[in-house]
Design a protein around this ligand. Sequence first.
Ligand code: FHN
Length: 429
Amino acid sequence: SCFASLLLIPSTARCDQQDDSHMEWWRDARYGMFIHWGLYSIAGGEWKGKDYGKEQGGASAEWVMNSAKIPGKEYRETLAPQFNPTDFDAKKWVSLAKEAGMKYMVITSKHHDGFCLFDTDATDYNVMDATPFKRDIIKELSDECAKQGIKFGVYYSQFKDWYHRSRAREKGTLTTEEYLKLVEKNLDELLSNYGEMSVLWFDTGGNDLVEADAQGARVRELQPNAVICSRLYSRKVPAEKQKFADFNSLPDRMLPATRMTEDSETCMTMRHNWGYDRTDDAWKSEKDIVEFLALCAARGVNLLLNVGPDPKGNILPEESERLKAAGAWMAVNGESIYGTTSSPVDFDFWWGAMTQKDKTVYLHVLEWKPEGIEFNGLIGKPVKAYFLSDSEKKPLTISYKADGHVTTIEVPEEAPDARNTVIAVEYAD
Ligand code: FHN
């Protein structure tokens, strides 16, 4: 098979900043935890006995206010008084992210339902003023992340806000300008009161570039090292006009077919819904998750993997067991993900895909065949190959064709199960 392809392509930041050093930790991290949690978690995708979750063909569970056409007043008066997640423990959540091998965390500080999980003066529709819980969730998580060395960031729905922007209009009290003032105040609070904010994960702006650029500029001013998601802008805004976007946030759950030449991230659910859903049992396996993570890395793409905690503040057992299993894989094979660049070739092989770091290429094997593993490392003549899981690094048998750098690795008798096995191939300097 022909190996027409490009050599190593370093990722580049999308934004127009010459100095993109603030992206280095993010590129190395490759893997983060996404958390969708809020009043919608109480509804669990249902409303008045009807299921509106994604599994029922509806929108995802956190959209229940919109899917069930619930007036803002009713949504707030029904759910806010019930929000008292006494099991919430930031230390547990951050420790799980760490055990999973995740390097950053992004939680919904305000989703489309407008409810703020943090202390804000911009609206009384927040965890401190509107619920019996009266604890600043963003503060507790950001403090714990700082303690445990996990980068902390927030998701913020800056354009879609069914409560403030539309439902409040029921009283005719909120104009667009007033809503923008609320967003401005919220951003200032999130960017000033919670220490180092490492990621601003806006979720899809409007077409007004002035608005988006003003929000992006404020982030740069108050948190110059923060990494800004391209969803600061509407998808209709061309990349070259996305002045403050640091990485390209791919469409939900998307695995690109080829390598990305710019910093990119894809976000993924472990089942159908982002927010907690009572009936959704479409769980991906731990092997599915690890394979998706490896294929994202082979394309130079970060993975933001989602959990949707329950109304009491528990990450689900099904979520934590998958994260821990994938974390055990990362403990052995993480060097083939962290700090890697995309594959040296622009496509996958029948057996799997590759990542690269310095003079080592990592083969992410998804299946074995008797004829062995054939690939093109494109970075010279390989000197050694071994299973990353083999602490003795026993050398595997290599044959090499100089024309086209084609290398074949014999599959040894005692080869580990395929699917998520990693072979490291070292090249001479
Ligand atoms: O509408 C949201 C959705 O609820 C969820 O937050 C996802 C996560 O990427 N973002 C939007 C849909 O793309």
